[in-house]
Design a binder for this molecule. Structure first.
Ligand code: NAD
Length: 455
């Protein structure tokens, strides 16, 4: 947030990662957590949620100083959501039953749900505590041990979480954090012969590598939550266009656009295009870019300089390709030493333009007109991604048709963002193959094991 060094952290080597994995394996094999009665695991996870709540302000400030998210959002999205996630899976863990198969009478077929063993988790910098907890809570609730590698630029809250887990009574070796570079510590975790399942949130490029590492090592199962280029489609019959404009602005610009499900492509019906863009730009222009620790700030810092330069590069290229800047477009507050960017609205973006096809992961909105439902769907589906989408309409049939036809893991209707932990979050196409949140996320952390018994 000010370009200054906040602290230094350990740059784990491959050998450090191997030691963490070995500790996790020992903890799993001796049953100190994996065979603890579910009620015991539940108690520890609830205590951890209590401690997250008790230390919420400290965690939020620590995270903001580390990664630049505005504090108002960080409080809610980071400790707030992490505590809820631990409680959700703490409550779920003793409601998981195996099955008795409908066999002939002289055999008994039992299907056990067994924890997978050692889970490796690699997470990004935008919401480390929230996303980390989406992996950790179900993995730990299921009885697994975990080795987690945070992003280089956002490790502190997850290190603190490990301390809190210990304070909550989680046995040593069950939850391990290794900090360091993706290309060293991350690669070592993904290449480990002793990690059974790898869960990842981050970019498509790294996701591809993880699949290669899996193939080159022990064929560990990989669940990838990747990027998005999510279309937010506004029809002229939206129930409240002013509200749609306000929510759509927040849906792209909060956390400086560093949100995987950000509605980064705005598709607007031709007849309302100019008025709607003006209304949205009014809201965006009124959002305060500023010190992320200031409660009045709506848009905090961009996480790092290469990311900021990438954001600005997208704007330059969009203009070269024929788009117009309706709002923003530049770096601001450079004198602070931090990396800040104005909310930026680009109009006249064509579906094939670079900024419409590729994820910016910054406060840049690409606006495209459409005339018919079919055209809206066709543009919405014209990227490699399929993470999230939004549809604004008062037509019930139209809403259902759009939910059916738009290729995305989540389609918001007359809202954008904010889906809670009861529903899964995951993509289709090149947005990945794993789901976080809800009971569906639990399945990744169990193996099915059959017992076939002759009676
Ligand atoms: P990134 O892919 O660069 O890094 C993610 C993590 O992978 C980091 O911990 C990094 O150290 C590690 N890593 C990097 N190289 C590695 C390697 N060779 N081997 C193993 N690990 C390696 O992503 P980022 O820049 O931190 O985050 C932004 C990306 O994350 C965006 O694409 C965004 O859309 C995506 N994201 C997706 C979701 C989702 O739920 N789908 C949520 C948040 C962010």
């Amino acid at each position: 947030m000010d370009g200054q060094t906040l602290t230094t952290i350990e740059r784990a080597s491959a050998a450090d990662v191997d030691r963490a994995v070995a500790a996790a394996r020992r903890a799993f094999d001796d049953g100190r957590w994996s065979r603890m009665a579910p009620a015991g695991r539940k108690k520890v996870l609830h205590r951890l949620a209590d401690l997250i709540e008790k230390n919420a302000l400290e965690l939020a400030v620590l995270g903001v100083r580390d990664n630049g998210t505005e504090i108002g959002m960080a409080l809610k999205a980071e400790p707030g959501s992490a505590a809820g996630t631990f409680r959700y899976y703490a409550e779920a863990l003793d409601k998981v039953y195996g099955e008795i198969a409908p066999t002939a009478g002289d055999v008994l077929g039992l299907v056990h749900k067994a924890p997978v063993g050692v889970v490796g988790a690699i997470v990004p910098w935008n919401f480390p505590l929230m996303i980390g907890s989406w992996k950790l809570a179900p993995a730990l609730a299921a009885g697994n041990s975990v080795v987690l590698k945070p992003a280089e630029t956002a490790s502190l809250t997850l290190l603190r979480l490990a301390e809190l887990a210990s304070e909550a009574g989680m046995p040593d070796g069950v939850f391990n954090v290794v900090t360091g570079q993706g290309s060293v510590a991350g690669e070592a975790l993904a290449m480990s012969m002793d990690v059974d399942v790898l869960v990842f949130t981050g970019s498509g490029g790294v996701g591809r590598r993880l699949l290669q590492y899996s193939a080159a090592s022990n064929l560990k199962r990989c669940y990838l939550e990747l990027g998005g280029k999510s279309p937010n489609i506004v029809f002229a019959d939206a129930p409240d266009l002013a509200q749609a404009a306000k929510v759509s602005a927040a849906g792209i610009f909060r956390n400086a656009g560093q949100v995987c499900v950000a509605g980064s492509r705005l598709l607007v019906e031709d007849s309302i295009h100019d008025d709607f863009v003006a209304e949205l730009s009014k809201h965006a222009g009124a959002m305060t870019v500023g010190n992320p620790l200031d409660l009045n700030t709506n848009i905090g810092a961009v996480n790092n300089l290469p990311q900021l330069e990438g954001n600005l590069g997208f704007v330059t290229k969009a203009v070269e390709e024929g788009a117009e800047i309706a709002l923003g477009g530049g770096r601001v507050m450079e004198e602070t030493g931090g990396y800040y960017m104005e909310p930026t609205v680009l109009t006249g973006v064509q579906p094939q333009h670079n900024v419409a096809q590729n994820e910016v992961f910054g406060p840049v909105l690409a606006v495209t007109r459409f005339k018919t439902d079919d055209e809206a769907v066709q543009i919405a589906n014209s990227t490699q991604y399929g993470l999230a989408a939004g549809v604004w309409t008062s037509g019930l049939s139209r809403a259902h048709r759009m939910v059916r036809d738009v290729q995305a893991g989540v389609v918001h209707v007359n809202t954008y963002g904010g889906a809670d932990g009861t529903v899964p979050l995951g993509g289709v196409k090149q947005s990945g193959n794993g789901h976080d949140k809800s009971l569906h996320a639990f399945d990744k952390y169990f193996d099915l094991k059959t017992a076939w018994m002759q009676l």
